[in-house]
Ligand binder design. Structure first.
Ligand code: BTN
Length: 251
């Protein structure tokens, strides 16, 4: 996709090192009102954060770790999951530029190529009354890292998959373009478009898969996403809905 974004990634705060770009963005929001679309990128994160309180490790200078500041005041708090859809779809499309093949979104927002995780997303919203006021979209894309901690489940990177080195700032530029494309769809209220695109991008959509719920493993089919972002699984003739804390894919 050509062109330049109008507001996402126009103001770039490039840091050699910070604890977490999401934390840095939060502090910027506490101090002032940065321009919408401001992105903070760090070449090293000392305390990168993942979902569910996990740590996000990346090797210094190898990967894209960034956070965009958005003000989706037009979005009802009950629809906050659409921000996950917007960011997931943008990261998926950026990865597809390099991989030239289908990248999937493992619900709710892990980015997978085959059985390998190549990117993660941590969105932190502030809500007032019934609206989302600010959103920090934290994105980590494994770009040039080629060795990973053994404790991580199936990690990979764009370099490992393409066998070439990719410029991190070029990936950021592409990400700003795609993030704006999907964010503008949300701003226009194109909920069906986003829901359909996200559903079709889902890892193991319409396929039989195995899931873990506590100690129990069960078989089911990924059937879609509910309005509140819960994963819908058809299993044993029943429609089940799960939150992120309640279920895991068996990969
Ligand atoms: C996950 O898969 O658990 C989410 C990982 C999100 C990592 C990114 S890196 C940039 C931003 N800053 C953070 O501390 N986390 C997010």
């Amino acid at each position: 996709m050509g062109g330049s974004p109008l507001f996402t990634g126009i103001h770039i705060v490039e840091l050699e090192e910070t604890d977490s770009t999401n934390n840095y963005a939060k502090q910027m929001l506490a101090d002032a009102k940065p321009m919408e679309g401001t992105v903070i990128i760090a070449h090293n994160q000392t305390k990168g954060r993942g979902q569910q309180g996990n740590v996000w490790h990346t090797e210094k200078g190898k990967n894209l770790t960034c956070s965009y500041i958005l003000y989706p005041v037009f979005l009802g708090a009950d629809k906050h999951f659409y921000l996950n859809m917007v960011v997931s779809l943008a990261v998926k499309e950026v990865c597809e530029i390099y991989l030239e093949d289908e990248v999937k979104v493992k619900w709710p927002n892990d980015i997978y190529f085959g059985k390998n995780k190549i990117a993660g997303i941590l969105i932190e919203n502030s809500i007032s009354g019934s609206s989302v006021i600010t959103s920090i979209a934290g994105i980590g894309i494994n770009v040039n890292q080629t060795t990973f901690d053994e404790s991580l489940p199936n990690p990979s990177s764009l370099q490992l998959l393409t066998e070439r080195e990719i410029k991190v700032l070029e990936v950021l530029q592409q990400l700003s373009i795609y993030l704006e494309k999907y964010y503008l769809q949300l701003r226009k209220g194109n909920f069906h478009f986003l829901q359909r695109a996200y559903t079709e991008a889902l890892f193991r959509y319409n396929q039989t898969a195995y899931f873990k719920r506590g100690e129990q493993t069960f078989k089911g089919e990924v059937a879609g996403i509910a309005r509140d972002g819960k994963l819908i699984i058809h299993s044993n003739g029943k429609e089940l809905r799960f939150t992120m804390q309640e279920i895991q894919f068996v990969i």
